[in-house]
Design a protein around this ligand. Sequence first.
Ligand SMILES: Nc1ncnc2c1ncn2[C@@H]1O[C@H](COP(=O)(O)OP(=O)(O)O)[C@@H](O)[C@H]1O
Ligand SMILES: [Mg+2]
Length: 406
Amino acid sequence: MTGFLVVGWRRGDLAKVSALGVDFTVVAMAAELADPELADADTIVCDDIRDPTTLAGALIRAGVGRDRFSHVYTDRESAIIATAFLGEYFGDDRICLRTAFAMRDKSLQKGLIRDAGLPVARHALLASTVRDPAEAVGGLPYPMVVKPVTASSTAGVTVVRSAAELRAVVAGLRATAHGRQPLLAEEFVTGTELHADGIVADGRLTFMSVSRYLGNALGIRDGTALSSVVLREARHVALFRETRRLAAASLAALGLRRGVFHLEFFDTGHGLVFSECGARPGGAMIVEAVAETYGLDLSSAGFALAAGQAPRPPAAQAAQDFGWCNLPSPPGRLLRAPSERDLLGLPWVVGVRLDHQLGSVVPDNRLTIANKLGMALVTGPGEAEVQQRIADTVAYVRSRVEVAAT
Ligand SMILES: Nc1ncnc2c1ncn2[C@@H]1O[C@H](COP(=O)(O)OP(=O)(O)O)[C@@H](O)[C@H]1O
Ligand SMILES: [Mg+2]
């Protein structure tokens, strides 16, 4: 290896990258590079890591030659395409451009899954040239879900129940920042929403955890806080078997042969249906919940795999069960809220991340799952108990949060 280029930075990444014992450079936005843990690291500032031109410009200005890096990685979904361009330039073909686009564009992704004969919602692309979306969706039945092709964190994802609603929602989305990209219309899939988080190496699924979201993620529009519980294989043997099959075939169809993944899918009661897949660790506290359960940190594993190393193997599933939840707050300036200490005082809470301090403004939690007071990692002696404790944690926070209108 000649050098490892890490695109984007999060507090806590230093221990994971340093553990690899390789020569690394971080290219990231100025705010990320301000992290004190990067004080002694080799860094390059870039104004927009999502944009290939800006990213390449930053490296070229820094005098980086083609032989400087042999391995390139990002765990930011928004930077995966720009990073794949760099990978091609430096000769790292772990994620080729086609796979990077498939991991970023929901329309391309679902098309590849459908073409591979895997179960996926029927869908139609609504390009910006489409005059009447209700006509363009052809025979897709209502209710339907409309989303920007590169949506993330549920932003702009909307359920429509009629042609009139579809037209109104498409017009509304086109008038926002989402409007600069095509939209995707999909049939609504009824069922339990799940996610699988794991590792693929040499095209083989080598580790997989399965979790159940407690309700469809779009429940946030009605004020439900997003959460999930890690499932125990011994209790869900058939589900794990089916999920492995779906995950292996989906990753092959998308071309991801080496890396970590976060796969979302539905259990309809008559089989599993693919929803979407990212070539990155899951968001929220998914990494922490999987790490507590299996002793395997998928974020560290992502760095290791990208640097050509073998990730740490998982341990046997822990005796305790784990899950996590978003902590809700009404929108407004935060006047009163439980502290990290208060939350850790709940006997079942084993981890907390707060996004807001008193005085800061909490944005509307119904708009995206990224808007929240914070998150908590919850444990219990079984899945049902974890689910109950998640409900208790959310209720505890709700009863103690006070905001002032802004
Ligand atoms: N076709 C669908 N049927 C049912 N629910 C859907 C469908 N598409 C999206 N959703 C819901 O919306 C959420 C966000 O959509 P998703 O496609 O995962 O985009 P993103 O997570 O990138 O915002 C999903 O987690 C799921 O709860
Ligand atoms: Mg999603």
